[in-house]
Design a protein around this ligand. Structure first.
Ligand code: DGP
Length: 117
């Protein structure tokens, strides 16, 4: 697992790497995915390093709520709230998790297949 200092999303939060930021809150940052899978594809991350959803505990309850609120604000700002959007947390290899910093995918702007491929 990457050290926090090597973590690309920590570096985006710190402003050390560029990203197209679309929303922020005291403990979250939302920026466009580098490899979008839908017209709207935004990642909402906690500003503190949390490895993934499996590392969440009761102490993260407020942070989880803040991530969900930022995601809703992104959906509203992107104009996808009314037609619908998908929130995804990938955990581990089988889910295709590649960046070891918790990130909530906000996907929308097209019909999303279910179940996902
Ligand atoms: P996941 O498969 O859930 O780990 O998704 C990681 C996502 O992160 C993937 O959709 C591509 C995106 N990503 C990877 N590196 C960068 C980066 O440096 N900047 C941005 N904006 N997105 C990135």
């Amino acid at each position: 697992m990457a050290e926090v200092g090597d973590c690309i999303f920590c570096r985006i939060v710190a402003g050390e790497l560029p990203a197209e930021v679309v929303a922020r809150s005291p403990h979250t940052l939302a920026f466009r995915d580098l490899d979008p899978q839908a017209p709207t594809h935004v990642l909402v991350v906690p500003t503190e390093h949390v490895a993934d959803a499996a590392a969440l505990g009761p102490e993260h309850a407020a942070l989880l709520a803040e991530l969900a609120v930022t995601a809703r604000e992104v959906a509203e700002a992107e104009g996808v709230r009314d037609r619908g959007y998908r929130l995804v947390l990938n955990v581990g290899d089988d889910a295709g998790n590649t960046v070891p910093h918790l990130h909530l995918h906000v996907l929308g702007g097209r019909r999303l297949e279910w179940p996902p491929g």
